[in-house]
Write a protein that binds this ligand. Structure first.
Ligand code: F6R
Length: 626
């Protein structure tokens, strides 16, 4: 996600230097553009990295306070004009992380009042909304007193504070933000709803940031804002309020992490942090898309809505983990939308002579949006006349730009090379698309309602799994001897078996393979012996009995078995050597839960061996070559 950093101090520090150093510490979060504002020198913004921004800042740029931002695009391409900070057209400047859902409605209202917009961002709308509220509130202030008082003493009665509060009360969506008012330069306002914000408490200086990493070099004292809170800071003090104006007391937390640990949020590796972020990743992917009237809103597909209705066949192209997400989707689309689907490894599809009839939809799934094979496979489909859509996490990436339409995952940058939170988000988005296309083809109200209900419960159920990781960690230790591992599953969890195997092999460099459980007897079972364990996904679903039989077959050949079952299942512990459990959900959504213990198992297995989990050997995060 985007990175925010803001500073106000009386220690004579050059704010631009403090801010640029802070942005560098946030760079690990990913970015596509950067910007800085000080009341003395104004704003400088650029697409690209912090070093580009540094080059653009003039030598006479000065300031004692300011706001800065690293953008990871959600609304609008990564261009200079879309980079933050954004101005409200007057003296208000703002940096923002998150998504303002009612931005179009607010933008229309503000345009009627004469506001002019330069960018395509939801953030600029927020800046204008604060400016508009300043205009509304201003008449009740004596002109002479404006800007002169240190209005932290005024509580929320200051013009600036009242305007920000009034604006936030009209906003729906998520935000972490820092706002500055040119006429009260030493004061900054922060607010949080869904996107993290932390205040840094120094001696004669205060900070606002998305995470503690840029604060730690200056101060180890921080205060974490909670959702629905707003904070006013000056060099000397900070005050926190709820959005209903009541003041909040909050203890200061003493950080004992290094700057690098701070980036990982206190986790040992980005991979573990990203697994822990999965409930929020799914929430972000679903936000605003499941409507109460029993429909799915996918704004990025509106332009191809009619074509989607006429789709007769779907081809999914992707690589690696994204390919396995596509394979789960094959089951979803066929069961719930009645559309035939084939899932193709992108590097094969691009060199085939594929038959593409009219009414073919090609879906390209890619976290990075830059995987060359997926891009070329999608282009091949397009050349042959297919409608193309992308399911992509990185806004403005090549696949996102070149497909006819698309759906963004909105899960923030994935830093660890092994894909985790992007995978569960891909599954959630594909479920939404299957529901949408199912609805177009007569899916019943009750069916839609039951999937929607279960989909909304997935984040909570994931949290339950993530609250007790001890059992998975213990199993990773118990099976650390293994040089081979088999993963088996059926139907919706057949691709999850492959995903479990790819995670283990890429992180721990041992041989692991996925297999459809029914296929085992046609070859792979020959490998099984005492030293060759199997991970069997045996949830209480339509193929439960078959999976139990497959487990018995492996046990009969002395193969150790870890079974992954559904909460409350008392049989698995008896027929397998070890068992882990996940909460019950619909078969179609079960991969969103079953994959979590498999990801954790691979993580703990490799971390215990001391491997570089976030950067496994020979691999790259974005594969832009063949
Ligand atoms: C495995 C993994 C890879 C990627 C694959 C596609 O953990 O991360 O298999 O899934 O390289 O990458 P994207 O989704 O960026 O196209």
């Amino acid at each position: 996600m985007c990175g925010i950093f803001a500073y106000t101090g009386t220690k004579g520090k050059d704010a631009s230097k403090v801010l640029l150093d802070g942005l560098l510490a946030l760079e690990y979060r990913g970015y596509d553009s950067a910007g800085i504002y000080t009341p003395e020198s104004g704003a400088v913004k650029t697409p690209g990295a912090v070093r580009e921004l540094r080059k653009k800042i003039p030598a006479d740029f000065k300031g004692k306070s300011g706001i800065a931002h690293l953008r990871w695009a959600t609304h609008g391409e990564p261009t200079e004009v879309n980079a933050h900070p954004h101005s409200g057209g007057g003296d208000i400047w703002l940096v923002h992380n998150g998504i303002i859902e009612n931005f179009q409605e607010l933008k229309d209202m503000l345009m009627e009042k004469g506001h002019e917009f330069k960018s395509g961002t939801d953030t600029e709308v927020l800046a204008h909304l604060v400016e508009e509220k300043m205009n509304e509130v201003r008449p009740s202030f004596a002109k002479a007193s404006e800007g002169k008082k240190s209005s932290v003493d005024q509580g929320l009665d200051g013009l600036f504070e009242r305007a920000v509060l009034a604006a936030l009360q009209e906003v729906h969506g998520t935000y972490g933000l820092a706002v500055q008012y040119k006429k009260e330069p030493s004061k900054l306002i922060a607010a949080r709803m869904g996107s993290p914000i932390v205040l840094g408490i120094g001696d004669g200086e205060h900070f606002i940031a998305s995470d503690p990493s840029p604060i730690v070099p200056h101060s180890k004292k921080v205060v974490f804002l909670e959702d629905g809170e707003m904070a006013v800071i000056t060099p000397e003090m900070h005050t926190i309020y709820k959005l209903d104006s009541t003041q909040v007391g909050r203890e200061i937390t003493e950080i004992d992490w290094s700057a690098e640990e701070a980036q990982k949020g206190g986790y040992e590796h980005f991979m573990l942090k990203e697994i822990m972020e999965e409930p929020d990743a799914v929430r972000n992917s679903l936000r605003g898309r499941l409507l109460e009237d029993g429909s799915v809103r996918l704004k990025g597909l509106e332009s191809v809505e009619d074509k989607l209705k006429n789709v007769k066949r779907i081809i999914i192209v992707a690589c690696g983990t994204a390919f396995y997400a596509g394979q789960v989707a094959e089951y979803m689309f066929e069961e719930y939308a009645g559309i035939p689907v084939s899932v193709e490894i992108a590097s094969e599809f691009r060199y085939k002579k594929p038959v593409i009839e009219s009414g073919t939809l090609v879906i390209a799934i890619s976290q990075s949006g830059e995987t060359l094979d997926t891009l070329e496979a999608m282009r091949e489909g397009k050349r042959r006349g297919a409608l193309t859509i992308g399911i992509v996490n990185t806004v403005g990436s090549t696949i996102a730009r070149e497909t006819d339409a698309g759906i963004y995952n909105h899960v923030g940058p994935e830093i660890s090379v092994a894909s985790t939170k992007a995978f569960v988000s891909q599954l959630a988005v594909l479920a939404l698309l299957a529901m949408h296309m199912g609805r177009q083809r007569g899916m019943k109200d009750e069916t839609f309602a039951s999937i929607a209900k279960e989909l909304k419960l997935i984040p909570e159920k994931m949290e339950k799994i993530l609250a007790s990781t001890g059992a998975v960690k213990a199993l990773a230790k118990k099976y650390a001897y293994a040089r081979d591992f088999l993963y088996i599953g059926r139907t919706y969890n057949f691709p999850v078996a492959y995903e479990g195997a790819i995670k283990l092999k890429e992180l721990s460099y041992i041989h692991a393979e996925g297999c459809g459980a029914g296929e085992m007897k046609h070859g792979p079972i020959a490998m099984i012996d005492r030293q060759f364990p199997t991970f069997a996904i045996a949830l209480k679903d339509s193929v439960y009995e078959k999976m139990c039989s497959n487990i018995q077959e492996i046990r009969a050949r002395k193969g150790p078995v870890i079974a992954l079952g559904t909460d409350g299942d008392s049989l698995l512990a008896k027929i397998a050597d070890d068992a882990l459990y996940v909460p019950k959900t619909l078969d179609m959504l079960s991969p969103l839960l079953s994959v979590v213990p498999l990801q954790l198992f691979a993580y703990y297995f490799a971390a215990a061996k001391g491997y570089n989990v976030d950067r496994p050997r020979n691999l790259a995060k974005s594969v832009t070559v063949e």
